[in-house]
Write a protein that binds this ligand. Sequence first.
Ligand code: PNW
Length: 473
Amino acid sequence: MTRLQFPDQFVWGSATAAFQIEGATKEDGRAPSIWDTFCAEPGRVRDGDTGDVACDHYHRLAEDLDLMSELGLPSYRFSVSWPRVIPAGSGAVNQAGLDFYSRLVDGLLERNISPLVTLYHWDLPQPLQDAGGWTSRETAERFAEYAEVLGRSLGDRVPTFTTLNEPWCSAFLGYASGVHAPGLTDNALALTAAHHLNLGHGLAVQALRSVVPARTQMSITLNLAQVYPATDSAEDEWAARHVDAISNRIFLDPILQGQYPAELLTDTAHITDWSFIADGDAAAIHQPLDLLGINFYTPSSVAKATEEIRAQVTGRWVNDPSQADAGPSSYPGTDLAFSIPQPGPYTDMGWPIRPQAFTELLLRVHKDYPGVPLAITENGCAYADVLSADGAVHDPERIDYVAKHLAAVHAAIEGGADVRGYYLWSLMDNFEWAWGYSKRFGMVHVDYDTLVRTPKDSARWFSSVIADNAVTV
Ligand code: PNW
């Protein structure tokens, strides 16, 4: 057994998102988001699950704050529901919505828990989708207005704001593979959305800066893909570079370095001419950042889309071993590469467990984008956890997964990566998007009939990791 000690100022926490836990979707002036609409469309979400009740966090705020306190969390990452705060997406502010987040922030501070606030975790107000969603430039401008409202209301008490959570998912799962809201399948639209998400980030940082104290930290959270070629052929090496450009550098380069990679523009020229980029956008997107949030779950394996492999195309991105015999599927956003099923072991999502890839990803970001401190804003795993007769939830697989990934973060820090914190996804079981409530990512079990919360063994274990500022593997 090896005890791995983390740096003194390392920040530990856990993360959630508004739509996944709050419920109360029709209360106190909240209006529908694209996820409410998506849930109502038959066949989109497993078992027809919706966010209407979720974990009922909206009504159980005090209980959940006490739970975080009991677990000894030094920090909590949550997201604000845009349609709760500005129900129409622009214009009138709903004070009741703002008050909820104000109470949440105060409740955290009273318990010495530092808030990390994400402005957008996918619940776009439906009226903005009706006007084009992220394919429309105006959505980026509306996002900046919303950011300013939150900056004015919470900026005195929130040390760090994150603009977007995983814009890759918003753009490519929402507009290319269609497995997330709004459920569209058009690569050109996805690339347009990616640009407007980048622009929204840049405009939001500027809007926040104009109203929050100078000490406030600005960040964005990206789910970076650690991409490996399926074979060592030149074709697959090319595919890995292409997928890296279309899923990582499409965000990292403009945000941290001020321009899109040339190969991204040329390799997608048959999909779009990128004419949605306006003069001044590059400068607007390239805002100084204090922290880069990274979410990591599993790496990707890709192959070049040759005629041979095309013959086996399912047309849909599959990363689920039970569907592996469906063959490779197109990588979201491109027709030039395919996602290739990988060997196990897998979590309950069917995602391969590869902690080494996490270390490699962090070291790559450190090398290619030096100077920006990093935080792991999500990492975790789903397992089919059950309440056992003794009243506990035994989840040794989660402890094993998280311990190995913490060791991977530790190795990256030893290798020079400036990683400042780690947020476990998730505080509690919740609405896992297209999978509904069928996938449990929580360190706290939620009984969806009674809404009773039961800390799993992993929660007790994570508390001790936090208390020791160390993990033993
Ligand atoms: C992230 N993919 O979503 C989100 O930030 C969370 O809200 C979510 O619950 C968590 O990871 C677990 O899924 C992702 O298919 C969803 O590559 C899908 C993918 C990546 C991230």
